[in-house]
Design a binder for this molecule. Structure first.
Ligand code: 0WD
Length: 254
């Protein structure tokens, strides 16, 4: 039972128990989804394995999204274990810390390419290999941030990569809609995670959100988790190609 009973969902981007992907996994599991977690490399393997083991019946697979062969092997393993896939949660981003400080104008060619490869292209790279497993229809969701639309201090190349990610959501939604596969993004307010550690002056960003957002509080990962659950469920069947804000309203006033 649950809104996601009988659904198989791939969750990419758990690094630790503060990861947004982990909060999403909790919300999905609470509604009866069967989950497959991926971890990037040996560095995070044990930590992610321990978390995955707390959700009975879940799979645990390695995949660095910069390597095509690893994504292909992930798709093969999912087909063997799940057969049919119903959902994909993409909660992955990366930029070198030196690109997240100072001015965007100083971005290096390599830093720009890496941020776009991991934070934007990876959505299409994974979708192209797993959508053939979504034979009963499916839902794909990714994570974005307000810096895609506004020039926010220190977000720099990541904002440009998020803009590419948001455009990718629309193109993927147009491509995959005829297969009854929906593609959306959640634009979350700032949440203190490992990835947020790379962003300079993160505390002052949180303080601003607390003061200005209509609901006068910062975003909790569980709020994102529940919206992701909605996006993966039948309840959101009429929604595709959208960017949904889970930010306590900050984007309408900030
Ligand atoms: O305020 C925030 N934390 C917000 C985050 C606000 C709005 C959006 N987001 C987005 C992030 O940009 C990202 O897309 O949410 C997503 C998840 O971020 P998170 O939960 O804040 O951060 P974290 O727990 O660090 O998870 C991101 C993970 C990586 O962690 P580390 O810290 O080890 O880089 O993305 C994964 C990795 O697990 N990742 C990769 N996975 C596979 N292959 C790769 C890769 N090459 N690179 C990073």
């Amino acid at each position: 039972n649950g809104l996601l009973a009988g659904k198989n969902v791939l969750v990419m981007g758990v690094a630790n128990d503060r990861s947004i992907a982990w909060a999403i996994a909790q919300s999905l599991a609470a509604q009866g989804a069967r989950l497959a977690f991926t971890y990037e490399n040996e560095r995070v393997e044990e930590r992610v394995r321990k978390l995955a083991e707390t959700i009975p019946g879940s799979l645990f697979l390695q995949c660095n999204v910069t390597v095509d062969e690893e994504i292909e092997s992930l798709a093969v393993q999912l087909k063997e274990s799940f057969g049919v896939l119903h959902g994909l949660v993409h909660s992955i981003a990366f930029a070198k810390t030196e690109e997240l400080d100072g001015m965007f104008v100083d971005t290096s060619r390599a830093g720009f390419a890496l941020a776009h490869d991991i934070s934007a292209y990876s959505l299409a790279a994974v979708a192209q290999r797993v959508y053939p497993l979504m034979t009963e229809g499916g839902s794909i969701m990714t994570m974005t941030y307000l810096g895609a639309e506004r020039a926010l201090r220190n977000y720099n190349v990541m904002g440009v990569a998020k803009a590419a990610l948001e455009a990718s959501v629309r193109y993927l939604a147009a491509d995959l809609g005829p297969h009854n596969i929906r593609v959306n993004a959640v634009s979350a307010g700032p949440i203190r995670t490992l990835a947020a550690k790379g962003i300079k002056d993160f505390n002052s960003i949180l303080r601003q959100v607390e003061e200005k957002s209509p609901l006068r509080k910062t975003t909790e990962a569980a709020e994102v988790g529940d919206t992701a659950m909605f996006l993966l469920s039948h309840l959101s069947r009429g929604i595709t190609g959208e960017i949904i804000y889970v930010d306590n309203g900050y984007n309408i006033v900030g």
